[in-house]
Design a binder for this molecule. Structure first.
Ligand code: FUB
Length: 340
């Protein structure tokens, strides 16, 4: 990891020559890319990073995003086209600030944008906004999804057409304040030798606007079937849920936050349990790491971000893409974002 304090020592010209890919978008800062293919075209749903002048803190207050832009690409090698503002926080009745990592889904020719934002009371919830077009503009529902909390929604369509939403993030994402879906200000992260907090999963209702069931924990276990521990910072879930399906297996991937890895675990159904498998992406420049995985024309791609364009400003990130490969057993090959 290249920590914040050593950024002064990075030669960004050299770093950018070593980078395995360049930013897809350079005219604005973008992060947390959720990629999908709809009708043969690639759509990326990222956060839109801005510098609001808010000082850095462990709660991520400096991530003060206000709107979403959606990018479309005709093919993986073509330009990422900015389709303008798709949704602004001012047009979300329940939300006040911090439009963090979104995702999108399609059902019956309607498009659904899922996004976390803080209410006036400082508590994150997750909302949904609807459009007839994959690029918006999206119209937000008047209320957040009932029973939703924390951050980083990711929506997965299972083989039978049902949709599942995955969410949660600790520290600034507030997941540590919840147990059994209930908020308590006095709750904190478990002790290092206790099981780590789990990401959360719920099936979505047929109309895509609500949870169809009470959210459940998605268990991530080690090779012996034991839940990962809270002190296992190199492997435990922090934020940035993503689900994909490959070769008859479900792959749940996520960021380890303070150790800056994108890791994955596999299971045999959308609820898990999931068994930890390894690292997908080694640390990037910038504190956060957040990704999506998408099959495009028979190849698999990792969409991710780093702070190379802003020369290390952790809340001014740029989305990137690189190919992802599996070995014969379905293990994902670890990607180094910068060549040695
Ligand atoms: O972009 C704001 C937050 O940073 C996201 O919600 C997290 O996953 C991290 O990338």
């Amino acid at each position: 990891k290249m920590p914040e304090e050593s950024i002064d020592h990075i030669d960004f010209n050299v770093l950018n020559q070593k980078a395995i890919s360049q930013p897809l978008v350079k005219h604005i800062y973008t992060a947390d890319p959720s990629a999908h293919v709809f009708d043969g075209k690639i759509y990326i749903y990222p956060s839109h990073d801005v510098d609001a002048g808010i000082p850095f803190d462990d709660l991520g207050s400096h991530f003060a995003m206000e709107d979403y832009h959606i990018f479309s690409m005709d093919s993986i090698d073509s330009e990422a086209v900015d389709n303008g503002v798709a949704l602004h926080v001012q047009d979300v009745p329940w939300a006040e600030r911090q439009m963090w990592a979104p995702d999108a889904a399609r059902k019956d020719s309607k498009y659904y944008l899922y996004f976390p934002a803080k209410k006036a009371d400082g508590i994150f919830q997750i909302g949904v906004a609807i459009s007839d077009s994959p690029t918006g503009p999206f119209k937000a529902e008047p209320q957040p999804i009932a029973g939703s909390y924390s951050i980083d929604p990711a929506v997965f369509e299972d083989l039978d057409g049902s949709h599942y939403i995955y969410f949660g993030g600790i520290w600034g994402g507030q997941l540590q304040k919840y147990r059994d879906n209930q908020y308590d200000i006095s709750n904190e992260e478990p002790l290092p030798n206790e099981p780590a907090l789990c990401p959360i999963v719920a099936k979505l209702s047929d109309d895509m606007k609500q949870f169809a069931e009470a959210p459940k924990q998605l268990k991530i276990v080690d090779e012996n079937g034991h839940l990962l521990l809270a002190g296992d910072n190199d492997r435990r879930f922090f934020e940035a849920s993503w689900m994909h399906y490959y070769n008859s297996k479900y792959y749940f991937s996520y960021s380890t936050g303070d150790t800056h890895f994108i890791c994955y675990a596999t299971g045999d159904n959308p609820y898990g349990p999931f068994t930890y498998q390894g690292r997908i992406l080694n640390p990037v420049v910038g504190w956060t790491s957040h990704h999506s995985i998408c099959e495009i024309d028979g190849k698999w791609y990792l969409f991710y971000h780093d702070s190379s364009l802003s020369e290390g400003v952790t809340h001014l990130r740029s989305i990137k893409v690189t190919e992802l490969t599996y070995d014969a057993e379905g293990r994902i090959q670890t990607i180094n974002p910068y060549k040695d």
